[in-house]
Design a protein around this ligand. Structure first.
Ligand SMILES: CC(C)(COP(=O)(O)OP(=O)(O)OC[C@H]1O[C@@H](n2cnc3c(N)ncnc32)[C@H](O)[C@@H]1OP(=O)(O)O)[C@@H](O)C(=O)NCCC(=O)NCCS
Length: 211
């Protein structure tokens, strides 16, 4: 898809007319437009496949750290096997189109590893930023205090995002990887109370207040 399409779609009246519901949190993008954010539901493979299909080979390689012409079915199932606690993913949509997803997996008590992807035509609009803000807000509400990430060294957007969240990256075996104390974005890019409330409703579990 070409850049003009993304600009038109992401700032279209449809996107701008999105209203908060019990199922979504609406996040305004810095350059205009809005996306609807919500937790991915367990087994919901369709949006993940759609986002993967809308990524270039190089974007897929940046996400999965290896060439990925196709998303193998077992991977897709694993990526959709969220549980609202150990494995959490937040989905961004423009209108009815899924455009990005960010996830964390708990790798040690209070420590998560994060990963995210945005469909090529929607990159650079701030969607990755609002997604990680929602994700880390939900993580913080669940008592997560540290964050890890692994990236390809040339992945500047990702490096900027994870560094801002507190990950201290170092080079190891040709990759950038690291961990750090989780910091929420400042200023917030999402309505944090709405995110925590939606996460709690969806998982039905006991979330701590952000205070
Ligand atoms: C990484 C990714 C999720 C970021 O999503 P996005 O919606 O494009 O990101 P945003 O628009 O919110 O921008 C995030 C930061 O990157 C910067 N950025 C965006 N596009 C950029 C580009 N082409 N070159 C350099 N910086 C860029 C933005 O300016 C912003 O930094 P700032 O807040 O300091 O200005 C997206 O680029 C992507 O899907 N990449 C392929 C998969 C991947 O790399 N996943 C991460 C590995 S886990």
């Amino acid at each position: 898809m070409k850049a003009p399409d993304r600009a038109t779609e992401a700032t279209s009246p449809i996107a701008l007319s999105a209203r908060p519901t019990r199922e979504h949190v609406i996040a305004r993008l810095a350059g205009g437009g809005a996306v609807a954010l919500r937790p991915l539901r367990r087994g919901e493979t369709g949006p993940l496949q759609a986002i993967f299909d809308a990524m270039s080979p190089s974007a897929r390689a940046q996400r999965y750290l290896t060439g990925m012409p196709r998303l193998p079915a077992p991977w897709l199932e694993t990526l959709a096997d969220v549980d609202g606690e150990r494995h959490v993913a937040w989905l961004a949509s423009v209108g009815t189109r899924p455009v990005g997803v960010a996830r964390y997996v708990v790798v040690a008590p209070g420590v998560v590893e994060i990963a995210m992807e945005v469909a090529d035509a929607y990159q650079g609009l701030g969607i990755g930023t609002v997604l990680v803000d929602a994700l880390t807000t939900a993580a913080t509400a669940r008592g997560i205090r540290r964050i890890r990430a692994t990236l390809l060294p040339e992945n500047e957007p990702s490096r900027r995002l994870v560094t801002r969240l507190g990950v201290r990256l170092t080079v190891a075996e040709g990759l950038l990887e690291g961990e750090g104390a989780l910091r929420l974005l400042d200023p917030p890019r999402v309505d944090r109370h709405a995110v925590v409330a939606l996460a709690a409703r969806q998982s039905g579990s006991d979330h701590k207040s952000l205070g």
